[in-house]
Structures are given as C-alpha cells and as structure tokens.
Design a protein. Structure first.
Length: 239
C-alpha cells in the first residue's frame, strides 16, 4: 500500500464519465510532475492502465469497485482486478453513485474493505445535501455516513475520507473557508480513531480557490471533478 504519510497533500482528479484515448494521451503528456504532492487521476475504468508512469507521485485511480470478490456478476470490476493492474486508489461512495446507483453506507463499507484487503486505498466520499444543510443536520448526516461507511479495519494509513457537500458538486458554489475548516475538524473528531485520517475537500474546487482551501490545517488535499478535465487548470491546482 502507498505510504500516505510521504505526501504533504493529495490531489485527486475525478473524470467521471468523460474522456477518450486522444484526450488521455494529451492529458498525460501535459500533466506536470509533482515532487511533494500525491496526484491521482481517476479515469473511467477502461482507461486505467493508460498511465505509463515513471513519476513516483502520480497514480491512476478507479472510480468504483464491486462489492463482490469474483464470480457470476456481469459488468463488475473487483478490487483484486484493480490490484492486478497496479491500482493504488479507488473512490467509493461518491454522491453520484449514492444517488443514481443505489450505493448505501453498507455497500461503501463492503467495497472499502475489499479494497483494503487488496492493498488499495479507498477514498470514502461523504457529504450533505442542500436540504440537510438548511435543516442544520450536516453533522448528524456526516457522523452516520462515516460511522457506517468506514470499515473497522480502516485507519489513517489505509483509508482516505473526502468531504464533498453535494450542493457544492458541479455548481460553482463552495462552503466558506471557515465552514470547510470547521467541518473537517469535526470529521476528525467524530471518534478518536479518525483523528489522524487525511480528509480531502471536494466540490467546485478550481485553480482560483484550491490554494486557500488546501492551506487549511484540517484539509489534506482536494478531490476535483470538472476542473480536473482541463489539464492546464489541474496543473495549477496541484502545483
Ligand atoms: P466538481 O466535482 O469539482 O465538478 O464540483 C467534484 C466531485 O464530484 O468529486
């Protein structure tokens, strides 16, 4: 498993359902090497081994994995297969998967466990909806998501948490800097076992706000969607 402690920050590009061979070839040509930060590109799974890597800080990551280990499950992709092609990171429980593909805290927990058992770091995504924020129940929502989604086997060395307020994803809206700091510190204090976990922020991160967000003491990196599709913009974010 990758040693997360070796990196000051972790930046993850989430391409979602975007990209093609030409786009990827150009992207990897233009992506700038980074000596201190860990950079992960989560491309659609068919392109996972397009990264011909000679940079020790750059990794290809998956966007999802199966709850199953192997067998008659057409269309699925197991953690063991990801390990087989040398994948080190995998997103789990992204809000789009929770919303459109019936992902639950329970399935996130199983997937994360499968990944850890295959030496792959799950990036467990949590976040509240706008309605939950307005009802002022964000902390209850996050506590339940964390407690149910993070497997007992998880620790700060084998698991990452990504806090992504759902209302901030793809909208251009972000919480205030103070709110991001407060929520990240809250997450680390939910239980003593989460104290040392690295917590990434996601939701409308772009070159113009990433430095300020990432400078917060409780923010250990960023998960970037839309802005990660423009390599020049992503280069600024990771620099
Ligand atoms: P966004 O997406 O950066 O486009 O808001 C983030 C994400 O969905 O992970």
């Amino acid at each position: 498993m990758i040693k997360l402690a070796n990196f000051s920050s972790i930046f993850i590009a989430n391409w979602k359902l975007n990209g093609n061979t030409e786009f990827i070839n150009e992207y990897y040509q233009k992506l700038l090497p980074n000596s201190k930060n860990c950079v992960v590109v989560c491309s659609p799974s068919i392109f996972l081994n397009k990264l011909k890597n000679n940079n020790k800080n750059l990794f290809s990551g998956a966007q999802d994995t199966s709850i199953y280990i192997e067998g008659a499950f057409t269309g699925e992709l197991s953690a063991k297969m990801l390990l087989d092609i040398n994948i080190k990171f995998c997103l789990v429980g992204h809000s789009e998967r929770r919303e459109y593909f019936n992902e639950t805290n329970e399935t996130v927990n199983i997937k994360s466990l499968n990944l850890i058992n295959n030496n792959i770091i799950p990036v467990i995504c949590i976040g509240e909806t706008l309605e939950q924020k307005e009802k002022k129940i964000t902390k209850d929502v996050l506590t339940k998501q964390i407690c149910e989604s993070v497997p007992d086997l998880s620790n700060f060395e084998n698991t990452l948490i990504a806090y992504e307020p759902i209302w901030a994803i793809g909208t251009g809206l972000t919480p205030s800097i103070q709110d991001i700091d407060e929520v990240h510190s809250f997450i680390k204090d939910i239980d003593i076992r989460f104290n040392k976990f690295k917590v990434l922020y996601g939701g409308s991160v772009k070159a113009s706000n990433s430095a300020e967000i990432n400078s917060l003491k409780n923010v250990d990196g960023c998960l970037v969607g839309g802005a990660s599709l423009k390599v020049e913009e992503f280069n600024k974010i990771i620099s």
